[in-house]
Design a protein around this ligand. Structure first.
Ligand code: NAD
Length: 252
């Protein structure tokens, strides 16, 4: 099972202070990676539950700010001399009807969920191509990039469809440089992002009894485990793929 380990690898995670991000920090660290956990604010980084972990390097990085991305990437190269693994996890969801959707929300969602993935991948891929052992990238897409997963999620879902496509583009372009690029598409997973849906008894019942064949929402570590697989040598011939981790939602 050594192929599933990440020993000796330096991993940069965006949005690491969130529900899925913290689980990724935990899982990648347990698999042996050195973690650079980044988030937009010091407060988000400070809120991370790092129980049982030591030596997590917490660094501020706002994925909408080119200067902030460069500073975090420079920090990694100065301190570790390399970046082997990248998880583009930062993302927001601002639901609303298409009929009166706030276009500032649209711009913000696109800037973080789509442009942010592109900009951070671009910066980190440039480091990876300069290394002798290249690297692997995993992007957080969503089932919303493939199916309509809610009545008011057009802006969010559009960005996630874009993430699925640029995962293929980056994978194609970087394959001969030795860099693999894949995505994970979570279904509803218990984090602050979906709390509002779980607190609505009718919607929660629809999720558990109708929308999710496995009858329950996901756990953050179930997403993180799939990410570890895609980053590891166990997935050495997998690139450009989006792996659904959704309790069967999109097979219906
Ligand atoms: N939770 C789910 O059910 C679910 C389902 C499908 C996809 N996803 C995706 O998984 C990823 C993580 O979601 P989550 O549930 O952990 O959400 P979350 O809200 O718990 O965490 C998101 C994190 O992103 C950070 N962030 C926001 N703006 C940022 C910026 N400009 N720069 C850097 N970081 C920023 C936040 O501070 C937060 O720590 C997102 O891309 C989300 O779209 C989540």
């Amino acid at each position: 099972m050594d192929a599933f380990r990440l020993d000796g690898k330096v991993a940069l995670i965006t949005g690491a202070g969130g529900g899925l991000g913290v689980a990724q920090v935990q899982a990648l660290a347990k698999a042996g990676a050195t973690i650079v956990a980044t988030d937009a604010t010091e407060a988000a980084l400070g809120a991370m539950d790092l129980t049982g972990l030591t030596d997590i390097d917490a660094v501020e990085m706002d994925v909408t700010d080119g200067g902030s991305i460069d500073r975090a990437v420079d920090h990694c190269t100065a301190r570790y001399g390399r970046i082997d693994l990248l998880v583009n996890n930062a993302g927001i969801s601002l639901p609303g009807s298409v009929l009166d959707y706030d276009m500032d929300w649209f711009d913000r969602t696109s800037a973080i969920n789509f442009r942010g993935v592109f900009a951070v991948s671009r910066a980190v891929a440039n480091v990876m191509v300069s290394q002798s052992t290249k690297g692997a990238i995993v992007n957080l897409a969503s089932i919303g990039g493939m199916v309509v997963d809610g009545p008011t999620s057009a802006a969010y879902d559009g960005t996630k469809a874009a993430v699925i496509q640029i995962t293929r583009n980056f994978a194609f372009e970087l394959a001969r440089q030795g860099i693999r690029v894949n995505a994970v598409a979570p279904g509803y997973t218990r984090t602050p992002m979906i709390e509002k849906y779980l607190n609505d008894p009718d919607y929660r019942s629809a999720l558990e009894n109708r929308l999710i064949p496995m009858g329950r929402v996901g756990r953050p570590e179930e997403i993180a485990n799939a990410i570890v697989f895609l980053l590891s040598d166990a997935a050495s011939y997998v690139t450009g793929h989006t792996l659904n981790v959704d309790g069967g939602w999109v097979i219906q």
